[in-house]
Ligand binder design. Sequence first.
Ligand SMILES: Cc1cc2nc3c(=O)[nH]c(=O)nc-3n(C[C@H](O)[C@H](O)[C@H](O)COP(=O)(O)O)c2cc1C
Length: 146
Amino acid sequence: MKKLFIYYSYTGRGDIVAQKMQEKGYDIRKVETVKSLPKSFFWGMMVGGFQAGAKKKAALKEFDQDISNYEEIVIGSPIWNGAFTPAINSVLSLLDLSNKKLSFVFYSGSGEGKKAVKRINKEYPNTPYIFLKDPKKYPEELNKLD
Ligand SMILES: Cc1cc2nc3c(=O)[nH]c(=O)nc-3n(C[C@H](O)[C@H](O)[C@H](O)COP(=O)(O)O)c2cc1C
């Protein structure tokens, strides 16, 4: 069964997760946005937090939407303001995941993401998900993926 990990990462934690997924036999597709957040930490949090909270989408750089060869898709996203990131909102709107074995991996500073959980329960019921608390600082969090 072919499996694919599609993910976004703004500050690199997601790349650590992707490495682990690759070791587990997943093909990897990293999503990148055309625009980045404002450089200042404060404005970055404000803008990113607002966009995520409002379920905004982000324009993506070249993104291969052909997932026909894969039976299993895992989506990886940081948590921004408790929610999915705009990049992943775009991915979810572009792909037809209805016939796939789907699951989510989130990485966040707190290891939580309340809006993301609410959304999964509503829009992706019975879809497994997992939260990793800062896998850069706590590499043992990656064991949750085993
Ligand atoms: C705009 C923004 C908003 C964030 N909001 C949250 C949050 O609500 N809760 C949380 O636990 N972490 C939050 N974080 C921290 C990230 O979720 C965490 O650092 C994550 O591991 C980053 O993944 P990345 O390095 O792959 O981008 C936020 C980070 C940014 C940049």
